[in-house]
Design a binder for this molecule. Sequence first.
Ligand SMILES: Nc1ncnc2c1ncn2[C@@H]1O[C@H](COP(=O)(O)OP(=O)(O)OP(=O)(O)O)[C@@H](O)[C@H]1O
Ligand SMILES: [Mg+2]
Length: 223
Amino acid sequence: MNILSCEGLTKRFEEANKEPLTIFENIAFDLKQAEKVAIVGRSGSGKTTLLNILGGLESATSGAVRLMGKDITQFNEKEKGHIRNHQLGFIFQSHHLLPEFDAIENVSMPLLIRGMNPYEVKKLSIEMLKKVGLADRETHKPSMLSGGERQRVAIARALVTRPKLVLADEPTGNLDFQHTQQVYQIMLGLMQELETSFVVVTHDLELAGLMDRTLKLQKGQLA
Ligand SMILES: Nc1ncnc2c1ncn2[C@@H]1O[C@H](COP(=O)(O)OP(=O)(O)OP(=O)(O)O)[C@@H](O)[C@H]1O
Ligand SMILES: [Mg+2]
């Protein structure tokens, strides 16, 4: 079964007294388990909009987004929240960590939301921080971490739930070359281990080349 399957996906912004603005139309694509795809395209082509729709963070004008066979465009907010917490991981350009919480607490958050036993959660979170090379930064708050370290905490938080699919929007957009390489190595290594499917929006063609496929969003079409 496909992890992700889109069909006839269209996004249009409509405002009164204005021509409707079509961002993309009739997009279709499939993603298998453990498959990794890059989405490239110029600024404003709709990459973030598409990624947000794939994750149920934004609604489509029409079309279907099937996650493990279920069309999430038909889900209500509660059902979307549930599938996001159980099947999806998000990594954004800016880490979106909670500033008042330390690294372990940030990584723990999605598991605590599930209502998992706090002792078990702490164990899993520490294990995941080790995997991203931050065993000695567990009690650091985001302000006490470097940009690359923050992004690695965000990766640990996205993967601690062992999601089927990770969606990332320019995950290394704020990092220099060296940290970009390091973050990608850690991220891809972990996803290989967990057999996670991956959709990443990036401007970096070299990084896109590390994926199984690259799709280009251009003039409202994905090719
Ligand atoms: N709420 C909105 N109303 C109208 N137009 C919008 C709205 N949100 C986004 N857009 C338009 O949709 C287009 C696609 O935006 P999006 O953020 O998806 O682009 P992107 O490919 O991610 O660009 P970048 O590479 O700069 O991040 C843009 O032209 C933007 O102006
Ligand atoms: Mg964007």
